[in-house]
Write a protein that binds this ligand. Structure first.
Ligand SMILES: *Cc1c(COP(=O)(O)O)cnc(C)c1O
Length: 551
């Protein structure tokens, strides 16, 4: 996973990068007839010249001529000088950088077989077309791209209604914004809860020193970020055997006057609301609930519309959802919605006028592409509630079918909830004793291209290993059958090898893992238990692991 890369020093480049000899003269037959066949692709520094291009002008001529479907003259004039290159050469030069980058990406996994992620891997061509057509728009320029901004407003309206935001009072209408994803929405919502708590405490002359937030220990990493970045104590409710999510009674017991809020996802929000109402009535506290509906926010309203988890519950003050998960849009869009302006303190909102008009902004980033918001709107109106209901019901049925087949194999225990009571995913673990585990099975499936992650459960349940298949729109029944066939075959293969072979395979697995040639910071594992500061107060910085070398 590379979400933090380090710039490699010259010393390390020298140490590890000795492959390839420069052949500057070979720009004639094809990409791989050029120097790139025998020399390393640029990785650390921008090349001084275009990718072996004799001239950018020539490239441009070739490109524009080709767009007009005209042949390129072998004698195009450039700045009054006649240059001669063959037609073929020029066309290949144009393609070269594209080809090099495209080929570099061939070893990426196949998104369609990536069953680890909730994030959308399929959109209709029309959606892709709309996205391509709008790639050059920055949604923050609401004055210049007023229609895109209007589309964003429409999405917020639709989502707020989907979550039953109170709509009867014009003085307290729900508010919302688009974000890059749920993580940004979660950080913004947490900030709003914290600031609201601070303002209320200050007004009463009370301390604002130690805010806390109560979360399930099964929380997503976004919550660790929100609490750590915003300096809030996170009080985690441990999961226990059989209760794999937040226990409402324990959660409400943990509250005190410094609790800024609660979070939960597909958990018993109704019960938390009920207990919290009681507690707040007794103590005079005003504690809200934020619902992390990142993955469930576009499933529950359609598959389980009677489940009360949203603004129908009075203590729910804000909700986030990832448009790029079951909102069926490609990665890059999320939403945050607040019940009413009361929950979004004014001093967090920035009013700017330098883009052509007065506009209010509540985002972490300033600029952001408009294409994903537009694509989200396309999906909302293209499918409508009926379409979403059909798709989410299909996914739920496929997940149930997969769970049933796995159960019938007699080899697995199912840990996820079926029948639409949970998300359309199947979490399962191996039953009984065998000489291999879930991680070995995951690795075996990888040989067929399937990405089915194995992991350990939340703190206190780490001994429990499981595999998870997230059922997405492009995971059809037929693909599901293929997966079942391959799981059965993988079990059979693992059954036939002995323990020693399994262990040898495990040892090799790490060495074979596909990662960047020069291992970057991202591979440094930061454990939550590690102190950030040393005994003398010194701050630990990330340690860069040295790559073993690439040759
Ligand atoms: C995915 C997820 C997040 C983070 O969402 P992004 O859109 O990837 O930033 C947070 N919470 C839950 C429950 C999630 O499933």
């Amino acid at each position: 996973m590379v979400f933090l890369s380090n710039a490699i020093s010259e010393a390390r480049i020298k140490e590890t990068n000795s492959n390839g000899v420069h052949h500057a003269d070979s720009v004639n037959t094809s990409v791989y007839g050029t120097r790139w066949a025998a020399e390393d692709i640029p990785r650390f520094a921008m090349p001084e010249v275009s990718s072996n291009l004799p001239s950018l002008h020539i490239t441009h001529i070739a490109y524009t001529q080709r767009k007009k479907c005209l042949p390129v003259s072998p004698e195009d004039s450039m700045n009054g000088v006649t240059v001669t290159y063959s037609h073929l050469t020029i066309l290949l030069i144009v393609d070269m950088a594209y080809r090099l980058v495209k080929d570099e990406l061939q070893l990426d996994g196949n998104p369609a077989l990536n069953l680890a992620t909730f994030v959308t891997t399929y959109m209709e061509e029309e959606a892709e077309k709309l996205m391509t057509e709008n790639l050059s728009k920055n949604i923050i320029d609401a004055e210049e791209y007023a229609s895109s901004a209007e589309i964003c407003n429409r999405c917020v309206n639709m989502i707020a209604r989907l979550y039953n935001a109170p709509m009867h009072d014009s003085s307290s209408e729900a508010l919302g914004c688009s974000t890059v994803g749920s993580s940004e929405a979660i950080i913004l919502s947490t900030l709003a809860m914290k600031r609201r708590w601070q303002l209320a405490r200050k007004a009463k002359g009370l301390s604002t020193e130690n805010p806390n937030l109560i979360l399930g220990s099964n929380q997503q990493v976004a919550w660790h970020k929100a609490t750590r970045y915003l300096e809030i104590e996170s009080r985690e409710v441990d999961c226990t055997e059989g209760v794999y999510c937040l226990d409402p009674v324990k959660a409400v017991e943990m509250a005190d006057e410094n609790t800024i809020g609660y979070t939960g996802h597909y958990e018993d929000v109704k019960k938390v609301n009920e207990l919290l109402e009681k507690k707040c009535a007794e103590t005079g506290w005003d504690i809200g609930i934020h619902v992390d509906a990142a993955s469930g926010g576009f499933v529950a309203p359609f598959v389980n519309p009677d489940l009360e988890w949203d603004f129908r519950l009075p203590r729910v003050v804000s909700i986030n959802v990832s448009g790029h998960k079951y909102g069926l849009t490609y990665a890059g869009v999320g939403w945050a919605v607040w019940r009413s302006p009361e929950y979004l303190p004014k001093d967090l909102i920035f009013n700017i006028n330098y883009l052509g008009s007065d506009q209010a902004s509540f985002t972490l980033n300033f600029s952001k592409g408009a294409a994903h918001v537009i694509a989200q709107y396309y999906v909302l109106i293209r499918l409508g509630k009926a379409g979403f209901t059909k798709i989410m019901t299909n996914l739920t049925n496929t997940a149930d079918h997969l769970a049933e087949c796995l159960l019938n194999s007699g080899r697995f225990e199912i840990l996820s909830e079926g029948n639409g009571k949970g998300l359309p995913l199947v979490a399962f673990s191996l039953k009984g004793e065998q000489h291999y585990d879930e991680f070995d099975l995951s690795a075996k499936l990888r040989e067929r291209g399937w990405i089915v992650p194995a992991y350990t459960m939340a703190p206190k349940l780490e001994h429990k290993k499981l595999l998870r298949v997230v059922v997405r729109e492009d995971f059809s029944r037929s693909r599901c059958e293929l997966l079942i066939r391959d799981i059965v075959a993988a079990l059979r293969a693992l059954d036939t090898v002995d323990q020693k072979t399994v262990e040898a395979f495990r040892a090799l697995k790490d060495a074979h893992a596909h990662r960047s040639l020069h291992q970057s910071i991202a591979h440094y594992k930061v454990k939550d238990s590690e102190p950030v500061q040393g005994p003398n107060g010194e701050v630990h910085s990330l340690e860069i692991k040295k790559a073993p070398g690439i040759c």
